[in-house]
Design a protein around this ligand. Structure first.
Ligand code: PTJ
Length: 248
């Protein structure tokens, strides 16, 4: 895999596969995570593997939400940790109060610990694991993703999720938290129910988000609130679906 020449037309896509397969071999990624990635690749292919204007608009709203948040938390699963380690580190450097909480659908204590260790080894310090003995439970959810660390998602007012399952997204929204989703499928339940849906590939979207956070730091809270108030997620989802259907 490392022998793929940099000028190969599918270089980036192949490198992401490599990160994911490596994550699988190291016990970070669930078997189903490999399938979830393939689904994402298909949508990204239809989107022309680029960050569209609708994603830039969603990222601008996400930046405003994160900068005005009291306690923002990025919910991390096996795929996001394996795909986007370096991008998460850069994001944490820009938004210092951002907490990273390992929260898994196919939970095992072993995989959760491996993911948390992986992130800490990359240099992240604000790393929590949902499945702690004093975890709170998110109402409406039966599976392992209901758990919330008391210093993480349980206290969060803004939660960023990526490659998320729709029922937890909905439960997070209904719990009163503001939810930002990164999901290549604008028709997924996660994208449909979130307040801000970034329809873009995770490792492409995060550096754009980091740049937006950097640029927006000097804006007033009023200006950030105005941006959030004027943001219309439904029109963003419609634009993303239209791009996929038209192939533009
Ligand atoms: O690590 P765990 O146990 O928490 O398991 C996590 C997985 C990913 C297995 C689980 O959340 C899952 O099954 O996800 P889904 O329901 O398949 O949803 C994944 C969504 O993310 C789909 O809509 C994909 O199109 C999208 N997606 C896949 N890869 C990417 C992506 N979106 C952005 N960037 C990607 N790289």
């Amino acid at each position: 895999m490392s022998e793929v020449p940099r000028n190969h037309p599918r270089y980036q896509s192949l490198m992401l596969r490599y990160r994911l397969v490596e994550g699988f071999r190291n016990g970070l990624v669930a078997e189903a995570g490999l399938l979830a990635h393939g689904r994402g690749e298909a949508f990204d292919y239809l989107l022309g593997e680029r960050t569209h204007d609708f994603a830039h608009q969603a990222i601008a709203a996400a930046s405003a939400l994160l900068l005005t948040a009291r306690h923002p938390v990025f919910s991390i699963n096996g795929n996001s940790a394996s795909l986007a380690g370096p991008e998460l580190v850069e994001l944490a450097r820009t938004q210092e109060n951002l907490v990273f909480e390992v929260n898994l659908f196919y939970h095992s204590a072993e995989r959760s610990r491996r993911i948390a260790d992986h992130l800490r080894n990359l240099g992240l310090s604000n790393v929590l694991e949902s499945a702690t003995p004093d975890a709170h439970d998110l109402p409406q959810i039966e599976h392992a993703r209901r758990r919330m660390h008391p210093e993480g998602i349980a206290r969060a007012d803004v939660v960023l999720v990526a490659l998320e399952d729709g029922d937890r997204c909905k439960a997070l929204v209904e719990s009163g938290r503001r939810v930002i989703a990164v999901d290549l499928n604008p028709m997924s339940r996660s994208a449909q129910v979130s307040h801000v849906s970034i329809v873009d590939e995770l490792t492409r979207a995060l550096p754009v988000l980091r740049e937006a956070l950097r640029n927006d730091q000097t804006l007033s809270v009023d200006a950030l609130h105005a941006r959030i108030a004027s943001y219309d997620n439904l029109s963003i989802l419609n634009a993303a679906e239209a791009a996929i259907r038209s192939g533009n």
